[in-house]
Design a protein around this ligand. Structure first.
Ligand code: XMP
Length: 501
């Protein structure tokens, strides 16, 4: 399989770069500049290398550097932001403070002839974010694009196939960013685009079939796309030697438990042991209002329930977890907990740890999961405990479940599911006065939240049509006792998070 190296210099854009590359059916591997040498890079046979952004200036004492021999190994290189400064610096150019020509945001890019910009119009918007710029390009290089304030928005040595861009093609504000990456990957690096989810799935199934032959494997299934695809891969590899456990913790959405049971049986064709543990979780959460304490209690209780199930089986050799690539980068975000700490598994399998969410969806669909399930919104493992502000009680859960179901129904009814990525209700502790007939009453406040996001690392609030908000608000205040106010959360992430707790 052909691979491109995303050599990470600490910029926040390494993930989007890898994402954009992989969307073009080319496998991108992110490695920190500290963890690999030029010799190793040359040995691994990468088709191309992308230097990511990084700190402000290559001249800071601890600014990340790399062996300049990389420019001579004959593999095409694209340096982005700091990555282009580093190319200039290593090849003998000069980078300086841009002073009053610093650029941030969308800027017009004017291009000259370059293979990198083939198919681009003469002028198009690009995303800039720089305090420094390449003042003198190295010998043997030529400038291939500029902006009003930056004379060296792109430069290259076409013979050596080394390219630098000051702007960020991986950001959506760069209108032709995808075309630039396509040109780099296909024209310049000569990739053929062999990163296809059907093939990756087949490869993983064959690998696990061999590795797990004769072993008994256990999987915690939540009904979400990640654990479903992980289970499906292992199931296709070893059939009934895989046992899946689904724990009903009582903190799920309305109808979720029935849905997961039906979906495992009818769609995944996987045998699942369902454990009804709602009471246990609720009593463990009694009196607890602090969000991280709730997370910990839920994670510990889950591990205990799971261990009891594992103990009932004759033998368990390995555990499957639906960890995905962003989980690896954000460890500790409160997933189902480290079951290895509770049960002594000889082996843990994480078949999806190198994949992005969109790739897992594609793989799921290649394995027969219908699109409406592959694109279901994510649901956090601690469930409604995070959306019930303060102590979690049965009564509060009942109210929250009803409000959430109304909001989800209204979005589905309006056909708006494809246009928002996660949406839910939150039950706050805020009391607010309302009017019922001629009486003034005090009730609680429900918050509605809907976000648009690719990876949930950042998110924007979804501009839901007023009609959806209107009917959700009307139904929630009329159909649910004790709710006197409904508000819509219009905060992006950052500064807010998606969840309220
Ligand atoms: P935040 O709130 O961190 O959420 O912006 C980003 C995404 O992660 C989900 N999330 C969680 N998922 N356990 C989970 O399994 C958690 O403790 C947790 N907290 C947040 C959230 O629903 C969103 O999709």
């Amino acid at each position: 399989m052909e691979k491109v190296l995303v050599l990470n210099f600490g910029g926040k854009f390494n993930l989007p770069i890898a994402h954009r590359v992989r969307e073009q059916n080319v496998y991108a591997e992110i490695i920190s500049y500290k963890d690999i040498t030029v010799d190793e890079i040359a040995k691994r046979g990468y088709k191309g290398i992308i230097f990511t952004g990084g700190p402000d200036s290559v001249y800071e004492p601890d600014a990340p550097k790399f062996d300049s021999a990389i420019l001579g190994i004959g593999v095409p290189i694209l340096g982005i932001g700091y990555g282009c400064h580093l190319i200039a610096h290593m090849a003998g150019g000069k980078v300086t403070d841009a002073n009053d020509t610093r650029e941030f945001g969308e800027v017009d890019l004017v291009i000259m002839k370059s293979e990198l910009f083939d198919t681009l119009p003469l002028v198009s918007p690009c995303a800039m974010s720089h305090n420094n710029y390449v003042k003198e390009i190295p010998m043997g290089y030529k400038i291939t694009a500029f902006t009003e304030l930056c004379p060296s928005a792109a430069f290259e040595n076409s013979e050596k196939r080394i390219f630098g861009v000051q702007f960020h093609p991986e950001v959506s504000n760069t209108e032709y960013g995808d075309e630039i990456l396509t040109n780099f990957l296909y024209r310049i690096c000569g990739c053929s685009g062999d990163w296809k989810m059907e093939d990756v799935a087949e490869q993983k199934i064959n690998e696990y079939r061999e590795k797990l032959s004769g072993k008994k494997v256990l999987c915690a299934l939540s009904g979400g796309i990640d654990s479903s695809v992980a289970a499906l891969l292992i199931n296709k590899a070893i059939g009934d030697d895989l046992t899946c456990v689904f724990v009903d913790n009582g903190l799920m959405r309305k109808s979720e438990v029935d849905f997961v049971e039906r979906y495992c049986r009818d769609t995944l064709n996987i045998k699942v042991i369902k454990v009804d543990a709602a009471e246990r979780f609720l009593s463990a959460l009694k009196g607890v209002a602090e969000p991280d304490k709730k997370r910990r209690i839920i994670s510990d209780e889950f591990a205990r329930v799971f261990k009891e199930q594992a103990d009932k089986l004759d033998r368990v050799d390995a555990l499957v977890q639906g960890t995905i690539f962003t989980d690896v980068l954000q460890r500790g975000a409160g997933d189902i907990g480290d079951l290895n700490g509770v049960i002594d598994f000889k082996e843990t399998l994480e078949p999806l740890r190198d994949l992005f969410k969109n790739e897992i969806r594609d793989m799921g669909m290649a394995l027969g999961i219908p699109p409406e399930i592959a694109y279901r919104q994510p649901f956090p493992a601690p469930g409604f405990a995070l959306r019930c502000v303060g102590e979690v009680t049965e009564e509060k859960l009942k109210v929250l479940r009803a409000a959430d179901a109304i909001f989800c129904d209204e979005i589905a009814e309006a056909g708006y599911e494809p246009f928002t990525n996660q949406y839910f209700a939150v039950l706050t502790d805020t009391l607010s006065v309302g009017i019922m007939g001629s009486e003034r009453i005090t009730g609680k406040t429900i918050v509605l939240r809907a976000v648009t996001s690719d990876d949930f690392l950042t998110a924007d609030w979804t501009r839901l049509p007023y009609e959806i908000l209107d009917s959700a608000s009307t139904r929630i205040t009329h159909e649910i006792e004790g709710i006197t106010r409904v508000v819509y959360d219009i905060t992006p992430k950052p500064p807010a998070t998606v969840e309220w707790q």
